[in-house]
Design a protein around this ligand. Structure first.
Ligand code: IMP
Ligand code: MG
Length: 191
């Protein structure tokens, strides 16, 4: 698996230092109000787990499931597979947490759906931000790192369902994603 990585962009140590900083920002932002962290599955589960353990104030945790059809490095149609229960959304201040803000379509869609379901507010927090790829008007309220326009994997981020378990973030070697994916899961991968 490590042989498929061209170079490491963020080591485990750098990642945890970055998350410490953002955890302090989240703590300051929500110090005066109860809130719920809504982790976008599957990609943000590792980030969310590390982030919430560094936030020393009360919070609740919920999950939302989104899939983008396509399977490769280009996002296709987005579908939302499941939402938190109504009582976890209505009147609550939500912090929507995702692995990467790329075109922005996923977070824009989820934010408007959660507001439509009665959230009191929706803030956004992303592990990685690729501003050069944005196709909709959306900026994250909080982010750990900015990345250049490279396809990255590890620390929750996948290519064709793999590499989420790498403890660092690396750029995938060009040959891996330019070749047709071998026995990769079919369309409808969870983001
Ligand atoms: P969006 O384009 O902002 O809607 O991002 C959709 C999803 O695409 C993200 O949540 C990731 O799951 C995935 N994605 C975008 N860029 C990358 C990448 O460089 N590596 C792995 N997944 C990515
Ligand atoms: Mg994702």
């Amino acid at each position: 698996m490590q042989d498929d990585i061209d170079r490491i962009l963020f080591s485990e140590t750098q990642i945890l230092e970055g998350i410490d900083r953002v955890a302090r920002e989240v703590t300051g932002r929500f110090a005066d109000r109860p809130f719920t962290v809504v982790s976008v599955l599957k990609g943000s589960c590792i980030f969310a787990a590390d982030l919430i353990r560094r936030i020393p104030i009360p919070l609740e945790l919920a999950f939302v499931g989104a899939s983008s059809y396509g399977g490769g490095t280009v996002a296709g149609d987005l579908s939302v597979n499941f939402f938190p229960a109504g009582h976890e959304i209505e009147g609550r201040h939500l912090l929507l947490v995702d692995d990467i803000l790329d075109t922005g379509r996923t977070l824009q869609r989820l934010k408007s759906e959660l507001l439509g379901r009665g959230a009191a507010s929706v803030s956004t927090c992303v592990f990685l931000d690729k501003p050069s790829r944005r196709s909709v008007e959306l900026e994250a309220d909080l982010r750990v790192f900015e990345v250049e326009d490279l396809f990255v994997v590890g620390y929750g981020l996948d290519y064709a369902g793999r590499y989420r378990n790498l403890p660092f973030v690396g750029a995938l070697r060009q040959e891996i994603f330019s070749a047709p994916a071998q026995d990769a899961p079919g369309p409808g991968r969870a983001t």
